[in-house]
Design a protein around this ligand. Structure first.
Ligand SMILES: CC(C)(COP(=O)(O)OP(=O)(O)OC[C@H]1O[C@@H](n2cnc3c(N)ncnc32)[C@H](O)[C@@H]1OP(=O)(O)O)[C@@H](O)C(=O)NCCC(=O)NCCS
Length: 392
């Protein structure tokens, strides 16, 4: 039997194979996979697993940043993980994950966020859940009395949207710091363009918010992005969505609002007008501990040191790091003395991402360490509210 080889696609025929793998893997129409691969090709790192001449699996990495502690951390967003139905349950995805960690690290990445169709596969290879995506369905009528000063703008330029996001979103942990081409690659593959809307909100000539939404085939309004930096943008953009009231009684916000979100404060009675359903999980993985530690912002008012031993199933290494924080910056130096805390890279990643407290680690079976070291570890990290406004 030939060996499994994982490498870059080499020519157009390989890209055709990737289209087949994506379309079969996700049960998507081939034209949709074709559009996605064509738009992604200039920007996205594709990898392909082969058995002899047969393409058996794939994944792709989209380079962006991710805000943590107010700074942009180099992030490889993982998409398109798929194994041919004929080759499943033989370890191909595991081999792809090992390759992914190496490729992302060698390419300068620090973290590799993803949305997991299957948590167990990714947890096995070093990812951990940070949060669960939510769908909020809002009665359109509940939005209709809202007004904001300023005006809606159709199709604001991508560069203005991304600049606004970069200014506004670092106050959370988790949002993507997206390259200007992001929307051209990740938006608009599910519906023909006439059913997609991109509206901005402008105040005195400045873009202060935007929303991207579409009409689905079953006549719903599905909001895929919603970012409002001011009160006027928040109310104005919700009023734009309320303009769909004659045809659509509900507006569904897909994976783009926080769990404790702005609607709670803006609507008269959110408990009567909003229904919330849980969706798939956002998982995080660090691919390079020293780089990830150096790149994020840390607690400015605290300084200290903890020795942490981190086990990584993708490299089979268990490595001690000395985590040292001072003046809002930190280093993780390999080596150091006796470990105060022991954990897997998955738990370390969830702690880094801001939703797992080290103090809870032992209770969840995710970390070992004495109470004092775990408490110190939690003090060193700057915690901001966690939000992933992007679905990819
Ligand atoms: C999810 C997916 C990528 C997994 O691919 P895969 O190659 O079958 O995954 P692996 O073989 O590495 O591991 C899957 C399972 O097979 C088991 N397995 C791995 N090697 C095995 C072997 N030699 N013999 C028996 N079982 C094996 C693993 O333990 C694992 O089992 P578990 O789920 O009970 O833990 C594949 O099912 C797929 O393409 N699904 C559709 C697209 C999709 O959902 N992608 C994920 C998007 S986030």
């Amino acid at each position: 039997m030939p060996e499994l080889v994982i490498d870059d696609p080499r020519n157009d025929a390989d890209y055709e194979r990737l289209i087949d793998l994506d379309s079969q893997g996700f049960g998507a129409p081939r034209e949709r996979s074709e559009r996605w691969v064509a738009a992604s090709r200039p920007h996205v790192r594709f990898r392909m697993a082969r058995m002899g001449d047969e393409a058996v699996g794939m994944y792709a990495l989209i380079r962006a940043g991710q805000f943590y502690g107010g700074r942009s951390v180099p992030a490889d967003c993982v998409v398109g993980v798929a194994v041919s139905p004929m080759w499943r349950r033989r370890g191909v995805a595991g081999a792809l994950m090992r390759d992914l960690v190496r490729v992302a690290r060698d390419g300068g990445g620090a973290v590799a966020p993803l949305y997991a169709a299957t948590v167990s596969l990714y947890r096995r290879w070093g990812w951990e859940v940070v949060d669960r995506s939510l769908q909020h369905e809002v009665r359109t009528a509940a939005l209709s009395s809202l007004r904001g000063e300023g005006e809606p703008v159709a199709e604001p330029p991508a560069a203005d949207i991304e600049a606004m996001r970069r200014e506004f979103l670092p106050r959370w942990d988790g949002p993507l710091d997206r390259p200007d081409w992001w929307a051209a690659v990740e938006a608009g593959f599910d519906a023909p363009p006439e059913h997609l809307f991109l509206h901005g909100w402008s105040e005195r000539g400045r873009l202060t918010g935007y929303t991207r939404y579409r009409y689905t085939s079953d006549s719903h309004v599905a909001v895929e992005e919603f970012v409002a930096a001011t009160s006027n943008a928040l109310r104005g953009l919700l009023a734009v969505l309320a303009g769909n009231e004659s045809l659509h009684q509900e507006i569904a916000f897909h994976s783009c609002l926080q769990s404790r979100n702005d609607l709670l404060y803006v609507l008269a009675d959110a408990s009567k007008s909003v229904t919330t359903k849980g969706g798939i999980c956002w998982m995080q993985r660090i691919v390079d501990v020293p780089r990830a530690v150096q790149a994020r912002g840390w607690a400015a008012a605290t300084s200290g040191r903890v020795c942490i031993e981190v086990a990584d199933p993708a490299t089979d290494a268990t490595e001690p790091f000395e985590l040292e924080v001072s003046d809002g910056r930190a280093t993780a130096t390999p080596g150091g003395g006796d470990a105060h805390v022991r954990c897997g890279i998955s738990a370390f990643s969830a702690w880094y991402a801001g939703t797992l407290r080290a103090a809870d680690g032992p209770r969840l079976g995710l970390m070992e360490g004495d109470d004092e070291s775990l408490r110190r570890m939690d003090e060193l990290i700057e915690r901001r509210p966690v939000w992933m406004p992007d679905h990819f």
